[in-house]
Each structure stands twice: as C-alpha cells, then as structure tokens.
Design a protein around this ligand. Sequence first.
Ligand code: HEC
Length: 210
Amino acid sequence: MKFDLTKLALLLTLLLINGLAQSCGGKSTEKEPGALAQPDPDHLSQEDLAWMQKGLDIIGPSQQVLGGKLKAALEAGGVQHAVQYCNIAAFPLMDSLSQTYQVKIRRTSLKARNPKDAPDAAEREMLESFTARYHAGESLDPVIRNLEGGKKGFYAPILVQEMCLKCHGIKGTDIADADYAIISDLYPKDLATEYKSGDLRGIWSLTFTP
Ligand code: HEC
C-alpha cells in the first residue's frame, strides 16, 4: 500500500513537471523530440524510486524559480540585467534545498558557459548518454546511479526553450552583439551558444549523501 502511494506521488510529480515544461515552452500541442518522459516506476527498486522522487521534488521548484526570475529579469531590463539570474548559486532556495535533502545540486553541460559547470567523469558519461538518447529520438527519462562512497546520483535533462535563446542561441541573430559583448566579458571561455529551441542544453546533476 505504501509502495503504491509512493508510485502515485511520483507519477503526479512527473505530470506536474511535464506540465510546467510545456507551459514554459509554450508548445503544449506539439510533441517535442526528447521531451521529459516519465520513468517507469516498475523498473526502479523501491529505494531508487524514493531517490527519484527526491530528485524530482528538487528540480521541479528549482526550474520554476529559475525560469520565473529569468523571465521577469529579461522583461525588466533585458539581457544585461538578466545575465546574473541564470545561476543556481544566486538563489537562496538552492541552499535550503541542499540542506533539507543533504544534496549537492549542479547543472552541467558538454558546452558550459561557466567553466565551473564543466562535467566530472560520471557527469560526462551521463551527458553523452542523454545526448545519444536525444539524437535517437528516445525519451529522456531521469536516471538514478550508484556513485562512489555509497552516494546516489540523480540526472535529468535540461532542454532549451525560446526564452533561453537570447543568451544561448545563435550569436548575431538570437543574441544581440551588444549582449554577447557583456556575456563574453564575464565568461571569456563561453561555449554555451548556437542552441536552438528544443535542444538538449545539459543536465541537472544531484549528488545525495545518504
Ligand atoms: C540573460 C541571459 C541568459 C538566459 C536568458 C539564459 N541563460 Fe543560461 N546561463 C547564462 C549565464 C550567464 C550562465 C552562467 C552562469 C554561471 O556563472 O553559473 C548560464 C548557465 C547556464 C547553465 C549551466 C551550465 C553552463 O553552461 O554554465 C545552464 C544549464 C543554462 N544556463 C541553461 C539555460 C536555459 C535552459 C535557459 C532558458 C530557460 C537559460 N539558460 C537562459 C545566461 C542566460
């Protein structure tokens, strides 16, 4: 009975997150390739199911806060003003989530803007696997992995939405030259441009220490 309730809660969270992703992307009728799909709870052990639920409980509100602040900042003052808001370290919510769940929260990418977000070996492997699944048109279910020292890793895709293009799209077209001047001044080693809407931008990487 308890197990069924956990499954139900997981499915509800996934439905909510899918709904959020679609409402942010604004394309609820089109099925985008690589859209966040629902992991099949029957293929997870009960323990991993609980980690999956925790991971979803963390990235759901995080994406919502991040997206909301970014959108508001873009509207209020354009890229120049918003450039500081695509940064999970900037939000107190992340600190409280890290403490509540005893978890390290990162976003990482094969093409990072901030070199601090470059992947470690385990993250690179996950990024390559998500990229392969993305190109094969397969679903991008979040993943739970056992890490060294009894830690647990949770990984979930981050997709590019229309709003992201002002800072991660094509230079000179989506990203105004004056805006890119600000970005490259702050991030001289930036690799995170030339994305299109719907592309796989990177992954959330959560490390739980049980
Ligand atoms: C106003 C400009 C701006 C917008 C809009 C923006 N970003 Fe960013 N993004 C940045 C900056 C600047 C960084 C580097 C932040 C840091 O120093 O950690 C970044 C970093 C990231 C990272 C971390 C990996 C890396 O490259 O360092 C991800 C993932 C990311 N952005 C995804 C997105 C997504 C998805 C969207 C749309 C929902 C988006 N961004 C919209 C400016 C932006």
